[in-house]
Structures are given as C-alpha cells and as structure tokens.
Design a protein around this ligand. Structure first.
Ligand code: GN1
Ligand code: MG
Length: 363
C-alpha cells in the first residue's frame, strides 16, 4: 500500500486533519488495518474489510455502528472524552456513509484511534485476565437489551459446530495426501471429540442457553487496556451478531489462559493457566452473573473447551483446504496453529475438574 493510495482513501472520510504518515497494524488474520497518523488531535484506524470472507460488508458495518451507538447510549453518564475511550467511534465518509467503496471493489471503514491504549497478544499478568473478564462481561451486559435479530448474520453459522464439522468433512475429501498424513493424528482426535463438542449447540437449540448479542471474536488482543492495565474498550466488532455467551467467554479464555501465543510451535510451552482462568471468571461474572441462569453458568467451562476446539478445527480445516481462509506466514502455519490449540485443550482437560469446582462455588 502506498501513501498516495491510502491518502486517497483517507480523503473520502470526514477527518479534521490530513494524513501525515501511516503504519500497517499486524493485527488480525482477515482484514487489512492501517493506523493513520495526522498532525493534530485524533489518529484514525482505517480498515479494508475482506469481502471474500464477509459477503455482506455494508451489513457488517451497519452492525458495528448500531452496537457502538447502543453502547454509547448505555454509557451516556460518562464524559465525552471518557466515552471516546470506552466505545469505538466510527467516522462517516464525505457522502455521509459509514463505509467507502473504492474503484477496485474494496470496502473501507474508519474509526477514531483510542490513544494511549495497549493490547496484549498473550497475557503475563493476572490482573489483565481479571480486567479482560470484566470488560467482556460488561460488553455482554450492556448489549443484553439490544435485539439481536436486528443484526445481520455476517458469517452464517459462524460458531455452529455441525457446520464446522461439515466443512471439516468436506476438506478431508479435497486435501492432498501429504496434508492428510501430516494431520492424521489430529483428524482422529477431532472425530473422537465429536459428541462432547456438540453439547452446547444442543443446549442452544433446545433454548436452555439464550441467544443474544455477542461479539464472537473476544480474543484478548481485541481488548484495549490503559497504561495502568485497566480495561478500556472491546474492539474489532466485525463479527458482532446473535450468539451465546459461552463462546465469548471461551474465546477470551483461549487466548488469556494459553501460556504461549496461538502460533507457538514448541508445544511444551503451550499450557492452560488455571490462575488466569480464575481471575478471568471472577471479572466476567462480576459483570454478568445476574444476567445468566444457573445452567448457563454451569456450562461455562465446557464453553471454553469447545471454543478452543472450534478454533483448532477451523485451523485444521483450512490447512486441509490448502490455506484458503486465514493469512499464513509459512506453509504449515495453519497446522501449527491447530496443534497449538489441541495442546491447549489437552492441558485444559487435565484441569477441567478444578474449573468446574470453581464454577460450582459461584452458584
Ligand atoms: C480471525 O482476523 P481476526 O484475527 O480478527 C477469525 C476469528 C478467529 C481468529 C483467530 C472472521 O479473527 O474467528 O478466532 O482469527 N475471524 C474470522 O485468531 O474468521
Ligand atoms: Mg476479528
């Protein structure tokens, strides 16, 4: 991306200052994200949304804008400056729209950059786990009165286990022999876990777990912290849509409690950190407990296990499909990501009893 090209896109948005320089942010496996630096006050985040992955980009952007609007209303007791740090603010185009469609068919959207904020790829401080839990619990609490049927389903069946299994089974048919051999142990593992991994989906289908507004990508790098490690804002609301709390709970656990990053190849470094789990649960339930039924609380630990499994399965499927979905840096990146997630499940399983005991003590 050249400065001229990005400047042309930037000029389509109603910002007060011109672009001085930009940096590409290495965040995310799907979209392209740029930090726009200006001479004065605000910096901006300009994002090209991947329309190969997201088939209805205008719908996706509408979702994000609606949810931000709702959050701002709920937090209207805060000062404008505080509010700007707690909720994403989207910038309109000069034509009054929430996105710009360029001549190449790319969709762009812009947000105000939240200054003096920190993100973590992985966690090495219990307090960050606690604050992360509080912020995600709060996001779910504040959106609990928003009608989720008003949101577009940006990726159909995103966390639906049966669909993920169907995609996995289809990938087995088209994978190369070499990849099938390399993935063999993990393919068998997926099959052996099939029934357990469907339990939460069945509870959702029977109505025992409520469908509501959820974020659907609550990895810890999507949470902003201030300099004192206090949670500020949940970002990357691309996948906000109807869902269940278990997967938002679980995706945060997947990243907070992994003692290594999602890409770590040395599996000895990948373990499940129970201390961080406890800290996260206490923050999460502090904000959301009153909004959950005993049954919903009971299944939170399994929600964490299943969410890690969904990611393991998706990375494995993409590897078998020949890497068509996630950005990769080397040929076996997706297989390594998948192995990492399976190792995390193994370590979590060893500590599952403790997770359940902790849960029972809350109820
Ligand atoms: C993708 O692009 P990013 O990093 O925001 C993916 C998530 C995964 C995540 C794994 C739309 O999110 O579901 O959890 O990678 N998003 C989509 O790091 O598939
Ligand atoms: Mg995302």
């Amino acid at each position: 991306m050249t400065l001229e090209k990005l400047e042309a896109i930037n000029n389509q948005f109603c910002t007060t200052d011109g672009l001085v320089s930009f940096t590409q942010l290495a965040s995310g496996h799907i979209n392209d994200t740029f930090l726009i630096e200006t001479k004065q006050n605000d910096f901006f985040v300009l994002q090209r949304i991947n329309h190969g992955v997201f088939k209805d980009v205008p719908g996706l952007i509408k979702n994000k804008v609606l949810v931000s609007k709702h959050l701002k209303k709920k937090l209207s007791h805060l000062s404008p400056d505080q509010l700007k740090r707690r909720v994403l603010s989207f910038v309109k185009t000069i034509n009054g729209k929430d996105y710009h469609l360029d001549n190449n068919g790319n969709y762009w959207n812009m947000m105000v950059y939240i200054r003096d904020s920190i993100t973590y790829e992985s966690v090495s401080n219990k307090n960050v786990a606690y604050e992360g839990g509080k912020l995600i619990g709060d996001f779910l609490n504040l959106t609990s009165d928003f009608d989720s049927s008003k949101l577009v389903e940006v990726i159909p069946n995103f966390h639906d286990m049966s669909s993920r299994f169907s995609q996995f089974e289809a990938s087995l048919k088209i994978a190369t022999k070499e990849r099938l051999v390399k993935a063999n142990d993990y393919i068998n593992l997926v099959c052996s876990l099939k029934d357990e991994m469907h339990i939460i989906q069945h509870l959702k289908e029977s109505g025992e777990i409520k469908v509501r507004v959820t974020h659907n990508d609550t990895k810890i790098s999507n949470v902003l912290f201030d300099k004192n490690n206090k949670g500020l804002c949940v970002i990357d609301t691309d996948t906000v849509m109807a869902g269940i709390v278990h997967y938002d709970f679980g995706d945060a656990i997947r990243t907070i409690c992994n003692t290594a990053s999602e890409d770590e190849k040395n599996l000895e470094l990948v373990n499940f950190n129970l201390e961080y789990y406890k800290a996260y649960v206490s923050g999460f339930l502090e904000k959301l407990e009153s909004d959950l039924t005993p049954k919903e609380i009971k299944y939170l630990p399994l929600g964490a296990k299943i969410m890690i499994f969904i990611m393991a399965l998706r990375f494995l499927t993409d590897y078998l499909n020949g890497d068509i979905y996630y950005k990769i840096s080397y040929p076996e990146h997706n297989l390594d990501r998948s192995k990492n997630q399976f190792k995390l499940i193994e370590s979590l399983t060893e500590q599952f009893k403790e997770m359940e005991i902790l849960n029972a003590s809350v109820q």
